[in-house]
Design a protein around this ligand. Structure first.
Ligand code: PEP
Ligand code: MG
Length: 597
């Protein structure tokens, strides 16, 4: 391999990391995808044919053995598998995919099998529809014969060594949350976006990461020495000594800067130059992050993504009431008297969809996700509500509901919550009234926010999903990442609408989507009337410092100007200009010794 190659992608988690590459193949939903050079395609098709032939022979041998041991009706299953593995109607589309998309055989098998199985399932003939599951099995056997993943580790916990950099096609949320923080110093992926959950977790864990790097898996091999520049989105493979020394120096500088800002972020609420109180809370996924919330001086937790309790656990069972209670109780107790907003399970979508929903969804992000899934699984939901209610006496707990699309869903949740609370009180538990809030992340909820407000105690704007659903841009799809614009006029209008309605109803509203952690967007959000924010713990000190340096009246003027513009480009130009002016003004203030600097 050549030395000194550099690759670039979307920077999603800042910082510099130096380490050894470990190719990571998720076993969850898809096969690893690798792009091939044109010259390697014919060899890949040959490898695929040999794998299919070996798999077919294995099925025939299995059929013979099963016929003797269990009888011919059982053997028929494996004979049918062997027939599939020799059927050109199944094999030819896979070969075409390898050739047309220049991809590895494992990926082509997984993708072609999935679309074949989906078509079979939709056929009116029930017998054929049921064979779709058999075909999936054939796909798995075939991938095994292709030696998918080689010797790559299967579980995150099995990763060995230190200073590792994960290199993946895409990191699923459940892989990301299991990253061993003592061994992994960074991650890179071919797919993904800034607000994919893996990227959010990288920021929470303080692990530098770059995603959407074209041809990453074709260019990096296991054991390569890598440098990640998580601010610029650049990766160096096998760097020279000089480059390495340069980045080691930058690593030192960034660590010093972080220490300075952290020392100023003491957990006290900050005020803008004109005296408006601003609350900066933390988003967390795991109870182990409570230490970070305190360390980085956050004003409590604005979003605890509780689904990661399930996603980080082994096995497919939901954590029982006792396990959940212990986690919620510890979190609220250790952070008291700071508020802790715990969001009920937001599963489905890209988070564990197939296993939990129990069916393949063509478009899971628009499917059974969040509160909709909770209604389909009332026992799972009620168990969580009980665990939350029991934890409430230990601190300042608030319950937040994800993916709300209208007031009827909040009413239904409140009724369930009250039933569980009454039952617990009858069992002599002392349960206080717990504030209930709705995430505003589905456009219908933002549009009808005035109708929702009488039924909630607070709101949390989930701008990651609000942008995704309003602009019809998949937040994790790198091919449309340029269109994922927090500063789109439609988003600014929706935020303004929600902030204004909440102000009139005198109910708190926070922003807990990723845009809150970007100073330029933070500025416009303050201008639109937002006073409560929540973000990855490590961003808290920077944004607290920034909040001290702005005036809310100035921010309101900027927001008004932004609302009058019609394209994201115009808004971006305005905000960049204003941010530049602010930096100049802050510099002048600090030189004259006045105000924060
Ligand atoms: C959001 O959608 O903005 C949000 C905070 O929730 P999540 O990122 O977990 O979907
Ligand atoms: Mg969301």
């Amino acid at each position: 391999m050549k030395r000194g190659l550099s690759l670039s992608g979307i920077p999603v988690s800042p910082g510099v990391a130096v380490g050894k590459a470990v190719l990571w193949f998720s076993r969850e939903d898809t096969a690893p995808k690798r792009s091939l050079e044109k010259a390697d395609i014919a060899r890949e098709v040959e490898r695929f044919r040999a794998g299919a032939e070996a798999a077919a022979r294995e099925m025939e041998t299995t059929a013979e053995q099963v016929a003797i041991r269990l009888g011919p009706e059982y053997a028929a299953i494996f004979q049918a598998h062997a027939l599939f593995l020799r059927d050109r109607a199944y094999l030819a589309p896979i070969e075409r995919r390898i050739e047309a998309e220049s991809v590895n055989a494992e990926w082509a098998v997984a993708a072609a099998t999935e679309s074949f199985a989906a078509r079979m399932r939709d056929l009116p003939d029930e017998h054929i529809a049921l064979r779709a599951a058999d075909l999936r099995d054939v796909g798995v056997i075939l991938r095994r014969h292709l030696g998918e993943g080689g010797d790559a580790p299967v579980k995150m916990e099995d990763l060995e060594g230190e200073s590792l950099i994960l290199v993946a096609d895409e990191l699923t949320p459940s892989d990301a949350v299991k990253i061993p923080r003592d061994r992994v110093v960074g991650f890179l992926s071919e797919r993904g976006g800034k607000t994919s959950h893996a990227s959010i977790i990288a920021r929470s864990f303080g692990i530098p990461a770059v995603v959407a790097i074209p041809r990453l898996l074709a260019c990096v091999a296991d054991g390569d020495l890598l440098i990640i520049d998580g601010r610029e989105g650049v990766v160096w493979r096998e760097p020279s000594e000089d480059v390495l020394a340069l980045f080691r120096e930058r690593q030192e500088q960034e660590a010093t800067q972080e220490r300075t800002l952290k020392a100023k972020s003491t957990g006290k609420t900050v005020e803008t130059l004109d005296g408006e109180a601003i609350f900066v809370r933390a988003n967390i996924e795991l109870v182990s992050e409570v230490r970070d919330v305190l360390d980085y001086g956050a004003d409590g937790v604005g979003l605890f993504r509780s689904e990661f309790i399930y996603l980080s656990s082994e096995g497919e069972e939901f954590p029982d009431e006792k396990t959940q209670f212990a986690i919620y109780e510890q979190t609220v107790r250790e952070l008291a008297p700071r508020p802790v907003v715990i969001r009920t399970y937001d599963l489905g979508g890209k988070k564990g969809a197939r296993t939990i929903v129990g069916a393949e969804e063509i478009n899971p992000v628009l499917g059974l996700r969040g509160v909709r899934l909770c209604f389909k699984k009332p026992e799972m939901f009620r168990t969580q509500l009980r665990a939350l209610l029991k934890a409430a006496p230990s601190g300042e707990l608030r319950i937040l509901i994800p993916m709300v699309s209208g007031v009827e869903e909040i009413r239904r949740v409140r009724a369930m919550l009250e039933e569980e609370r009454d039952a617990l009180r009858q069992d002599r538990f002392e349960i206080p009234d717990v504030p209930l809030g709705a995430m505003i992340e589905v456009p219908s909820a933002a549009i009808t926010v005035d109708m929702l407000l009488p039924d909630v105690d607070f709101l949390a704007l989930g701008t990651n999903d609000l942008i995704q659903y309003t602009l019809a841009v998949d937040r994790a799809n790198e091919t449309v990442s340029e269109l994922f614009c927090p500063h789109h006029p439609a988003i600014l209008r929706l935020v303004a609408r929600v902030a204004e309605a909440a102000r009139k109803a005198d109910k708190p509203v926070s922003v807990c989507g990723e845009m809150a952690a970007d100073p330029i967007f933070f500025l416009v959000l303050v201008g639109l009337g937002i006073r409560e924010f929540s973000m990855g713990p490590r961003s808290v000190p920077v944004l607290k410092e920034f909040a001290r340096s702005i005036s809310s009246a100035e921010a309101a003027k900027i927001a008004r100007a932004a609302l009058s513009l019609s394209t994201p480009e115009e808004v971006a130009a305005l905000l960049n200009r204003e941010a530049h002016n602010l930096l100049v003004a802050a510099g002048a203030r600090s030189r004259s010794g006045e105000g924060p600097g």
